[in-house]
Ligand binder design. Structure first.
Ligand SMILES: Nc1nc2[nH]cc(C(=O)O)c2c(=O)[nH]1
Ligand code: SF4
Ligand SMILES: [Mg+2]
Length: 253
């Protein structure tokens, strides 16, 4: 059985070790696996190579169409588990961040992969899933997940709200203590939507992170100035994008 993964270079799966760069676990040493495919299409998506394949003309700031054969790789679940175990063998607290794309589109295969990983490693990995929050986790996957990093997409993403903001899902995440919310803001006015969602779905403010939208260090610094101020005023948490400051917008980091 297989997973569709993103690639670092053609033929090389995007599985790597790095510090978690965003959110509640920022700075923690982790192994990452990036899955291919997404159900949304954000204009400013920094991983459009996971979904914007040739023939997909949905709007994106880069307007690049990616060759599927070069940017997507089908890999046996057992081999994915082995690659993760090798990269994490030295970690005293094994943490796996599963990202994408939208990883919850491959929930059943992920459940098998994680079960395999825990068995072959002999330790129970702390699994975090980065999700856009519009897809329900597969029943077999959910008990294997310690943390959901839920990033619902606001209007500036360009997605229709009925695709990006699914009421039953937002209600469920708000009630799940494993779920941390991470809202990407482009301009200060985007905050109004966060405040409205937090109110409608009763999302606790101490589980809400605001993150600047940007793919280079200077943009993040510029936006951090007003975003940090908004966090202080409204009682939300701030998160930077550590990996962008360290490595720029680079695959496998
Ligand atoms: N270091 C690092 N941390 C991350 N946290 C979330 C990431 C993502 O792309 O979802 C990411 C990533 O791509 N790299
Ligand atoms: S939900 Fe995430 S992976 Fe999908 S298009 Fe938006 S930013 Fe990209
Ligand atoms: Mg990212």
């Amino acid at each position: 059985m297989a997973l569709a993964l993103a690639t670092i270079t053609p033929g090389k799966p995007e599985i790597f070790a790095a510090l978690q760069g965003e959110g509640a676990s920022i700075g923690r040493p982790s192994v990452f696996v990036r899955l291919s495919r997404c159900n949304l299409a954000c204009r400013w998506c920094d991983t459009a190579y996971t979904w914007r394949f040739t023939g997909d003309n949905r709007p994106h700031t880069d307007d690049v169409a990616y060759d599927r054969g070069q940017n997507q790789l089908t890999m046996d679940e057992a081999k994915v588990a082995l690659a993760i175990a090798e990269l994490g063998a030295h970690l005293p607290f094994p943490r796996l961040v599963i990202t994408g794309g939208e990883p919850l589109l491959q929930g059943a295969a992920l459940a098998r992969m994680i079960t395999n990983l825990n068995m072959l490693d002999g330790r129970d990995w702390h699994v975090e899933i980065e999700t856009n929050g519009s897809v329900a986790p597969h029943a077999a996957l959910d008990p294997l997940v310690a943390q959901y990093n839920v990033s619902p997409k606001l209007a500036h993403s360009g997605n229709p709200a009925e695709l990006a903001l699914v009421p039953e899902r937002l209600t469920a995440w708000a009630q799940d203590p494993r779920a941390w919310f991470k809202f990407v803001l482009g301009v200060p006015d985007d905050l109004d939507q966060v405040v409205a969602l937090a109110r409608v779905y009763a999302i606790p403010a101490n589980r809400i992170f605001l993150m600047p939208e940007g793919r280079d260090s200077q943009t993040l610094r510029d936006k951090a100035i007003w975003l940090a101020e908004l966090c202080s005023t409204h009682g939300f948490c701030f998160t930077d994008r550590l990996h962008i400051h360290l490595s720029g917008d680079t695959r496998g980091t």
